[in-house]
Design a protein around this ligand. Structure first.
Ligand SMILES: [Zn+2]
Length: 256
């Protein structure tokens, strides 16, 4: 529910108070900043911080990517960029920012939202999921790659797609975990025999298949090597690339 602080100011302007995670920011004009936020109550929103580049601007200082804020902004449906008027820092993920590996997975997570989530689409599960993965990535005892792989599987499902792995989409074979498999991004998984006569984009080896299943069924502590986990990320990136023509790859993971 959107918490409306005051009555409608003019016919189309609301003052909204919500929580937000900063996705990215750019300088705008000589003094302002434009910030992309993923909010709890209104989904992805772009806001302008007037005077946000001034060193005295408190809001300008705390609106850095990854920060978790409580914000107040003016929402006008007729404009694409809203006006941010107040912000308080709720959480600052210090450990992520001081560890290059954690930072690259956290940045890749934000990149998913920047590239694949449309503006103004409310999704509380995604908001909670984002806050949760950032909290876990900030915990130095966790494994960043495992967290990111689970999140990526969750994210794909939340945006309305599914990586089909349960049975061969051609013949229905359900015992797939000891076969060399194929994947067609449109249709799903092919067993070893159906692979021979049907078009598929990529091979799925047994270890990768088992790892993807563990991600899909949320099996904790599944043991596999880093190569398999990296292959899982590449596979899911290709899946997204197939379904979103503008999406190419997660650049944050190429900068490591
Ligand atoms: Zn088959």
């Amino acid at each position: 529910m959107i918490f409306i602080l005051s009555l409608i100011i003019s016919s189309m302007t609301n003052i909204l108070k919500t929580e937000a995670i900063v996705l990215n920011k750019i300088n705008y004009g000589d003094t302002s900043k434009i910030v992309n936020l993923f909010t709890k109550d209104t989904g992805k929103v772009s806001v302008i911080i007037k005077g946000g580049r001034d060193s005295k601007s408190k809001i300008g200082k705390i609106t850095d990517p990854l920060n978790y804020l409580q914000i107040i902004y003016y929402q006008k449906d007729t404009r694409e960029i809203q006006l941010l008027t107040e912000a308080d820092l709720l959480l600052f993920f210090h450990n992520i920012k001081s560890d290059i590996d954690r930072l690259s997975y956290a940045s890749a997570t934000l990149e998913l939202f920047i590239k694949l989530i449309p503006e103004n689409e409310y999704n509380l599960r995604l908001f909670k999921g984002l806050l949760k993965i950032l909290g876990l990535l900030d915990d130095v005892t966790t494994s960043p790659i495992d967290l990111f792989c689970s999140f990526l599987m969750f994210f794909i499902k939340e945006i309305g797609y599914e990586i089909q792995l349960e049975n061969c989409v051609i013949c229905g074979e359900a015992t797939l975990n000891n076969l060399s498999l194929g994947y067609n991004y449109e249709k799903g998984i092919f067993c070893n025999s159906c692979k021979k006569n049907n078009f598929f984009e990529t091979n799925i080896q047994t270890e990768l298949f088992n790892y993807l299943i563990s991600l899909k069924t949320n099996k904790k502590n599944y043991e596999t090597n880093t190569k398999v986990k990296e292959d899982a990320i590449k596979f899911m990136e290709k899946f997204l690339k197939y379904h979103f023509t503008d999406f190419k790859e997660l650049q944050s993971l190429r900068l490591k």
